[in-house]
Design a protein around this ligand. Structure first.
Ligand code: ZN
Length: 136
């Protein structure tokens, strides 16, 4: 944990507060529709599948697979200095929601689509925890 975190900081909007509070408690949260049981991310005020407002926040398993990814070889933000190359992936969670995050704990050349991954929580500051994913 560090208070001199140099990367861009997410700014939670009203709809994403439960996600960030969950992350601080090391729980991966997403919304679920009570009508059609669809899970989705990022947060919204209605179900992204059927449009219902009958929705709730649930804790996800944190398990999924790599749907897609890119390897960053260029420094686009000085906060990443010394950490390139790094991987940004779209994770397809077991519950169906897709989430964008870093894939860590594996050499970048070994990241593959459909690779099983699970969430890990990076407490980057006292107020911010980032869910990231590592191979199972
Ligand atoms: Zn729905």
């Amino acid at each position: 944990m560090s208070d001199n975190y140099k990367k861009a900081m997410p700014v939670p909007g009203p709809e994403s507060v439960p996600f960030w509070e969950g992350a601080k408690n090391h729980q991966l949260m997403a919304q679920k529709c009570l009508r059609c049981h669809h899970h989705w991310f990022p947060p919204s005020s209605v179900c992204t599948s059927c449009g219902s407002r009958d929705i709730e926040w649930v804790v996800l398993s944190g398990k999924g697979t790599v749907f897609s990814f890119v390897v960053f070889h260029r420094l686009y933000h000085k906060g990443w200095d010394g950490e390139i190359p790094y991987v940004v992936g779209v994770i397809e969670l077991k519950e169906g929601a897709r989430m964008l995050s870093n894939i860590i704990g594996v050499p970048v050349e070994n990241v593959k689509c459909d690779m099983p991954v699970e969430v890990v929580f990076d407490d980057v500051t006292e107020k911010l925890t980032l869910p990231k994913f590592k191979p199972v």
